[in-house]
Design a protein around this ligand. Structure first.
Ligand code: ATP
Length: 310
């Protein structure tokens, strides 16, 4: 039996249409499944909690998320015991960094096929973002500064819905990225890796903790990140002029930014990040508010993920 958590609101309502087509495929094949549509922000966490309670390490539940990257962190956060779940993902979002990094199909129907075949699985590290008194698991990345400022503004920009309908969702990210670029002031940020000596970076554009290679809808910020290595990759971009950033960011689409002075890529098992000023924070592209600090650890148990056949 498959349990689906579906965000009908993903890609500005396209999630519902995609789900209806996926359902008819499963009905025609006599697949046994149950599904739950998310009704509000945070609902996927509640649903994942309820569904995962039925699994055990010996007899795990197959929990499939249908939505965008932002639904992943909600579902991961709700799972009670990671070893009681086998996780599948069917993309309907606009960013697709989870699929891009993990090598999962971008096409929803192909993704369903590989989940139903269930012929290959891997174990993925699951990082935990500690923000004030709250903890959130995430699948892709959590960041502070420029990347989070873009995510937060896109979430409240009315144009996103309209452009998503025209399959031009990325345009809104580009417009907001340019606006934030003009107005953002880099801030001093202090990073402590594995409880070692803190390092301070003076004029930091952003610091992101990555479980995957890509964030921001295709930026290969940490080309060597692997969700299977038990490590977090941390990228810090600091001390770079606006003019240099104009070259740095596009080069990150191909992972070529790593040679630029001011781009630092670090690895660790846990990290604490503090900023001199309050800055926007994101978790898998969703808002984590305006914060001065956060830390990230990795869950002891990894999560089994259904992958396509090689
Ligand atoms: N019924 C709903 N109404 C409004 N928002 C919802 C609903 N269900 C889920 N959400 C919220 O939608 C947000 C974004 O969803 P998601 O990331 O899946 O789609 P997306 O933004 O279209 O994709 P991407 O992040 O890849 O661009 C999540 O924070 C989630 O809490």
């Amino acid at each position: 039996m498959y349990s689906f958590i579906v965000n009908p609101n993903s890609r500005s309502g396209e999630g519902r249409n995609v789900w209806n087509r996926l359902r008819s495929i499963m009905e025609s094949q006599g697949i046994s499944y149950q599904y739950f549509l998310t009704e509000y922000v945070g609902h996927a966490t509640v649903l994942a909690q309820r569904i995962s309670a039925a699994g055990t390490p010996e007899d795990p539940v197959t929990l499939v998320t249908v939505g965008g990257d932002g639904t992943i962190y909600e579902v991961l956060t709700g799972i009670i015991d990671l070893s009681s779940v086998v996780f599948g993902f069917i993309p309907v979002g606009s960013g697709n960094d989870f699929c891009r990094s993990m090598g999962l199909p971008f096409d929803s129907f192909e993704a369903l096929r590989s989940i139903l075949e269930n012929r290959r699985t891997i174990f993925m590290d699951v990082p935990v973002l500690h923000l004030g008194s709250h903890s959130y698991r995430f699948g892709i990345s959590a960041g502070m500064g420029y990347d989070a400022a873009i995510c937060q503004e896109v979430l409240i920009t009315p144009g996103k819905k309209f452009l998503n309908r025209l399959h031009m969702g990325k345009l809104i990210y580009l417009m907001v990225a340019l606006k934030q670029f003009l107005f953002l002031t880099p801030s001093p940020v202090t990073i402590t890796l594995d409880r070692n000596k803190p390092q301070t970076f003076s004029r930091t554009w952003f610091a992101a903790v990555m479980n995957q290679k890509y964030e921001g809808g295709g930026f290969k910020f940490c080309p060597n990140a692997s969700p299977e290595d038990g490590l977090l990759d941390v990228i810090v971009i600091e001390g770079i002029s606006k003019l240099k950033m104009l070259f740095c960011l596009p080069s990150a689409l191909w992972g070529k930014h790593t040679r630029i002075r001011g781009v630092h890529i670090l690895q660790c098992r846990n990290v604490h990040i503090t900023s001199a000023h309050s800055l926007p924070v994101h978790k898998d592209g969703e808002s984590g508010g305006i914060q001065r600090e956060f830390s990230v650890t990795i869950e002891k148990k990894p999560l089994k993920i259904i992958m396509p056949v090689l």
